[in-house]
Design a protein around this ligand. Sequence first.
Ligand code: MG
Length: 265
Amino acid sequence: MGKVSSIRLKTSDEIALMRKANLIVAEVLSVLKNKIAPGMSTFELDRIAEEHCLDCGGLPAFKGYCGFPASLCVSVNEEVVHGIPSRKRILREGDIVSLDFGVLYQGFYGDAAITLPVGRISEKKTRLLQVTEDALYKGIAQAVPGNRVSDISQAVQSYVENAGFTIVRQFVGHGVGAQLHEAPEVPNYRSTDKSSPRLLEGMVLAIEPMVNVGTHRVKILDDHWTVVTEDSQPSAHFEHSVAITATGPYILSHREIRGDDPVVC
Ligand code: MG
């Protein structure tokens, strides 16, 4: 079986369920954005996320996934992704914090991430956050039927590198649906693989650029989860779950409500 045939296309009913899952994700991230402040522990953020998710009728998807011990991934400054919340990790003015959250709702997953400033941050970090979020939208703009996954990768990488930052290669975006991680992989860099999958209506992709100020290289800490930049310079991460539709990219994890959206929370 080829790569393309292992990609599961979603029906419009399934995409509607995924919109609900992702609306809960968006809601949780929005609550965290409003509450984050210097002096909070990353554990507190995890508690808020989990409680709010359960209140909305969703299940935290990351808790226990491959043994991950929390509901929310919290990655501070040089941490790229998969940071483990801790009572001991206190946020300070000037930090940047990547929050990645996943929800399981009626058999389908939602997945999104944002990077937030804590109080006032440096100009460089401000630019890093803006470039990373903009790069995500450059990638999303390519998520249309007929393009290839590599068109998304190319758009993200070019934008990031033209801005003077680097793109992480060791971790990539992914298909999402009845599984948290499905085919295809969605790299944020140009690959030499000429058979990059063609984008079809009904695919849902988690597009998630991870952008570094310094080297693109990363390493994993002894906790076996936390990914950090090799040179300890800051990193940012933005992610949306996006459905490929005939009328263009449908950002399922966008908080903005459309007329046909369900009330979830
Ligand atoms: Mg993801």
